[in-house]
Design a protein. Structure first.
Length: 217
């Protein structure tokens, strides 16, 4: 059975982001939520970070083309490149969609930057927050869904060593996971933490219920 739907579109759209480590199943959940929202008459925009615009996709390609034969991007370079792509995505795609009343579902947003570049890489939190703020103009998701699982479980799903982030080592990814969980604990009204090892439809149902509660406010 489909869970109770959120109210139909009205006014400003709704902004939902999905966060989590490698292999958490974000793409599967985005597809499921898009279908449910469209069934209820929503205009739905889906996007990913980095990417979602011509500029963002070129920056993504530059980042993830890094091989074992060259040094990976420095933490500072990562922070700035991800946020350059984000600034373009917010201005060109996300804000216009929200202003038109659409639902926007984004694969990663600022929560990933805090988890990866602060907790994972060790950049100062105040620096990460300032750059995020500059890129987004203060835009925050209405709901952040954290699909949580142990890094080892994620790599069992995806295989190891496909890009430079996935080759960063298990301790790095454990720090990233702790960073996600810390953010969720600090902002429980905005974040929804779900066990990513549960069946996909069960996870989708839980997110759908939370979207319904969000739109009912």
């Amino acid at each position: 059975m489909t869970p109770d739907a959120p109210p139909g579109p009205r006014g400003r759209g709704v902004f939902v982001t999905l966060e989590g480590g490698e292999g958490a199943g974000k793409s599967t959940q985005i597809d499921g939520l898009r279908r449910l929202l469209e069934r209820e008459g929503w205009s739905v925009v889906t996007c990913r970070e980095p990417g979602g615009t011509a500029l963002g996709e070129r920056l993504r390609e530059a980042l993830f083309a890094t091989t074992d034969d060259e040094p990976p991007p420095s933490p500072e370079s990562e922070l700035l490149i991800f946020n350059a792509a984000r600034a373009q995505l917010v201005r060109q795609v996300i804000r216009p969609a929200l202003e038109s009343g659409a639902a926007v579902i984004c694969d990663r947003f600022t929560g990933s930057t805090v988890a990866y570049q602060h907790h994972g890489r060790g950049l100062p939190r105040e620096v990460v927050d300032a750059v995020n703020e500059a890129a987004t103009g203060g835009l925050q998701p209405d709901l952040v869904v954290l699909l949580d699982l142990e890094p080892e479980q994620g790599f069992d799903r995806t295989g190891k060593g496909r890009d430079y982030l996935e080759r960063a080592g298990i301790e790095f990814h454990r720090r990233v996971r702790r960073g996600f969980l810390e953010q969720a604990a600090d902002d429980p009204d905005r974040w929804l933490v779900l066990d990513a090892t549960k069946p996909a439809m069960q996870v989708t149902h839980a997110i759908w219920q939370r979207i319904g509660a969000l739109r009912a406010k």
